[in-house]
Design a protein around this ligand. Sequence first.
Ligand code: PGD
Length: 770
Amino acid sequence: MTGPREDTSHRHTSHWGAFTPRVEGGDVTAVRPSPFDPAPSPLLGNLVGSLRHPLRIPQPMVREGWLRDGPGPAPLRGEEPFVPVGWDEVVDRLAGELRRVYTDRGPEAVFGGSYGWSSAGRFHHAQGQVHRFLNTLGGYVASENTYSAGTSEVLLPHVLGAGPQILRTLTSWPVLEEHTELMVCVGGVPTKNMAVAPGGVTAHTSEGHLAAMAARGIELVLVGPDRRDLPSSSAWLPVRPGTDAAFLLALCHVLVTEGLHDEGFLRTHCVGGDRVLDHLLGRTDGLPKTPRWAAELCGIDPGAITALARRMASRRTMITLTFSVQRAEFGEQPVWAGVLLAALLGQIGLPGGGFGHGYGSIGDNGHPAHTRVLPTLPQGHNPVRARIPVARIADMLLHPGEEYAYNGERRRYPDVELVYWCGGNPFHHHQDLARLRAAWRRVPTVVVHEPYWTPAARHADIVLPATVTLERDDIGASRTDPVLTAMHAAAPPYEQAQDDYTIFAAVADLLGTDKDYTEGRSAAEWLRHLYEGWRADGAGRPDFDTFWADGHARTTPPPPGVLLSGFRRDPVGRPLATPSGRIELASTVVTSFGYDDCPGHPTWLAPVEWHGSERAARYPLVLLANNPAARLHSQLDFGEHSRGSKVAGREPVRIHPDDAARRGLGGGDLVRVFSDRGACLGGVVVDGDLSPGVVQMSTGAWFSPVPGVEPVLCAAGNVNVLTRDVGSSRLAQGCTGSRALVEIERWHGPAPEVDVAAPPETVGRTRHQG
Ligand code: PGD
């Protein structure tokens, strides 16, 4: 495979690939991917026309009602017009508001969690900037864990002793290619997600590894409802969404009852085996977890389950689950059951065997991560102890002061007075957007930095126009990529847009914290400083000027590895960070929390919304609300490539031919997709690659609520108006956006406009002043 050799060919990078832009008249007219990228992402097409797009925010804006009435709950936040203001005025007002809140209420009243992917670039990374800025003011209420893998991030430390670290040290692709004989992929290994990796990727290789595995005849089995989630040559077991834990427990049952499990591995490397075996065999609840039992729930023939279990026991087997299966109510259970299955097979820590999590959920999973630190802007210290699991934001805003359970703790939601967001789009990433909007409107002040008029910017009071990466110099690097990229600015900032750093420095200047925030450095000086710190950490690295002129510096990630191989070799000398030092198939700690929504060992728990629940009578279709193929999350939804994916001008909704026929629907029809939470419009794609009873619609269409429709109708097709806003369980409180029960009907009458396709109304003063 061609790797990024001495690659001076790209001048910039993005989360979806390295590239050289052609800029004419201040905008990108073409994008040339790095010639060393074997599989450049079509998402690069979204950059064309993105610098001078009408949805760029030209200057600072303040919501009319906030300007008139000052801070306070705002029932019309998100619907009112904005007033264009000058930079001096906006910085002055923002500094005054921050001074008020920090003085009157303290840092516990400022929510700075500010979740989001923002853009590539180590220095101008919006999250890093906002957190550092708020820390210099005294701190802020933070969020913890991610929308991506927030359930596993809390569960896995109990089971394997590490959460995020484990996910970054998965068995590497070349090892799978060489050693794996059977890969059972719960949720598949969706190639669409492998185009993106946080911080950038100079050569997309994951898809090539997967294709090579298929070409070598390695047996790949898709366990999931969407055929597209694994190459078409693989076997397909279309489990009903939400029933993976039952399916996996039944595989375990076969191994145990047929004596195919590795008792030695359970004895030397695991604890809790007896308890789980009792559960599997039905000794504790009178319900053996047989294939027949599971078949009723998951829809897979008992014979197929038994046959698969036997094949798994007879060859080197990797069992992997995508993040989407844990991004669901009781999402802890399939992940824990996956670890149990791999432990019963006794192959954890062997090359090509054992447990994997997140192959295909993100581009860099399965590539060894750097052990040395990348150039990183220091965040400072946050003294505020109050923090929330990231997906509990609406609960926090709706229930200040109320108690909630999380990972064995009793916590209280803080009472937030000001929300500060940079580089994320909560009106994309959160669930039940009508509920989020109601919660959001209770906050006295919302501040957002954004390059574009995204739904997050539209729901702010103070909007600061930010630059995009092509308008600033930066250093591109990611946790697994072997190349640091000198990201050269290619165009001047759009109208009055400024870098997040410049904006924060100006506000800090008024608040008297600029020395702490900038440490006396300009942005250019920071780049040199951060780079030289990184250079000193490894031998033979070029100096900054050489790096900048060459356009790159190479760095060596560790060689391919095998997850938990050291622990396998020496479980006593290299114990896991669990209480027992071993794999906890049952956890006394989790048991002690007493959560019936996350008992102390893997268990099948019926979700509130699945094919078998009462609600399915009204909403008979299970919606897969997963990450999009045509853009990164909600970024650049107006871009050429994303727009090219729309059907009837809305987000496509894929539906099985039988379900379409039953509703009299055909390809290209405009439909209303609705759930208990709200409705959105979509354009029909009839697709036999889905299981019957399952529909799929990607996240990321910009939230465009039709005025006056309650609780909400999104004209653009944002699926998060349909999803439920509940935590995975009291253990992890993770995001549960991946599924919901819905119904679909043809849309009659004139189609509502997509309001977010144009900037919001501005009033009052002339643009471009000050
Ligand atoms: P993005 O669209 O990437 O989504 O949620 P996330 O909030 O990360 O938002 C990033 C924003 O940053 C964009 O609006 C962009 O314009 C802005 N931005 C980019 N660069 C800059 C900059 O330099 N400065 C500033 N100030 N702004 C910038 C993603 C989240 O969604 C994730 S990670 C996952 S995995 C979840 N997935 C699902 C799911 O599968 N299903 C559902 N239903 N919901 C999900 N939500 C989650």
